[in-house]
Design a protein around this ligand. Structure first.
Ligand code: NDP
Length: 279
């Protein structure tokens, strides 16, 4: 299998473009799931404090015998930990659970605009990075207005914005803002979380049949060709294998354009929470 491409971040570090997400994997199943993923060749794991499964990720990493520098681990600061020095406590707790002395990427999970404390949380992440507890820092679910405030008030550009992004919800305003400022896009829910008929649409099944690939591989390949960083979640070994095997084929420009046309503007294709209202 071809190696997973590394994407350069504007802070000078690099991230594997493809990884493994562990949202909704129950804590007691996480060690086994992550062990399986590492055995198959995944080297980038995306978790979060709120997933409740950082300890399982940590146990799998410890048991893997892999050198720390071979792995890329992301976790996230939850919404009720933005104030005061709580982000410092929260990152220490995440590191303890992960069994690591630093994460590769630490994210503010949601902007929670009603609380108006995401700029403070971002300032705390800058300190966390400066103390070496996170190699890179970024945000998640931030819209252009939120990102603009970080740039205006701190002048530190997030390395990534991890947003809901799949064919029905492509968020062109966010991706354009990020492209203009060198912020890499991480696409969460790359398969639409299985919440709509994405894998049955002719724009997806057509190329799958032509290329001898699965519909999920076509959608993930569409993300990669757009430069998105993705970490699809599955607990099934055959799907984990399938989701990793994306580098031996390519979609044509016309096939990419047909999937681009599936976007439902105005948030109509969103499957997760609205960042402007989630508290
Ligand atoms: P995904 O779009 O990755 O979809 C996961 C679903 O697709 C699961 O039901 C899985 O089922 C199924 N699936 C996976 N692979 C295949 C395949 N090859 N063929 C058919 N079905 C498949 O959704 P996620 O929400 O998990 O997003 C990925 C990651 O993004 C998360 O795990 C998490 O790390 C991150 N995330 C971040 C958020 C944020 O706010 N920052 C919010 C949500 C997610 P099964 O497991 O049964 O195989």
């Amino acid at each position: 299998m071809s190696p997973i491409p590394q994407i350069a971040l504007t802070d000078g570090h690099r991230i594997p473009q493809l990884g493994y997400g562990v949202f909704k994997i129950p804590p007691e199943q996480t060690e086994r799931a992550v062990t399986q993923a590492l055995e198959l060749g995944y080297r980038h794991i995306d978790t979060a404090a709120v997933y409740g499964n950082e300890s399982g990720v940590g146990r799998a990493i410890a048991a893997s015998g892999l050198a720390r520098e071979e792995l890329f681990v992301t976790t996230k600061l939850w919404n009720d930990r933005h104030d005061g020095d709580d982000p410092d406590t929260a990152v220490a707790q995440s590191l303890e659970r992960l069994g690591l002395d630093r994460v590769d990427l630490y994210l503010v999970h949601w902007p929670t605009p009603a609380a108006d404390n995401y700029v403070h949380a971002w300032e705390k992440l800058i300190g966390i990075r400066d103390r070496g507890l996170a190699t890179s820092i970024g945000v998640s679910n931030f819209l252009p207005g939120h990102l603009q405030r970080l740039l205006d008030e701190t002048a530190v550009v997030p390395a990534v914005d991890q947003i809901e992004l799949h064919p029905a919800h492509q968020q062109p305003e966010v991706t354009a803002f990020c492209a203009a400022h060198g912020i890499r896009i991480e696409a969460w829910g790359p398969l639409g979380q299985g919440k709509y008929d994405l894998l049955e649409l002719p724009e997806v099944t057509g190329p799958a049949a032509e290329l001898g690939r699965t519909p999920a591989q076509v959608v993930l390949r569409w993300h990669l060709q757009h430069g998105h960083i993705v970490f699809p979640k599955s607990v099934h070994p055959e799907r984990l294998r399938e989701n990793l095997d994306l580098f031996g084929f390519e979609l044509s420009d016309a096939q990419v354009a047909a999937i681009d046309a599936l976007d439902r503007p105005g948030g109509a294709g969103r499957v997760g929470p609205d960042p402007t209202v989630l508290a």
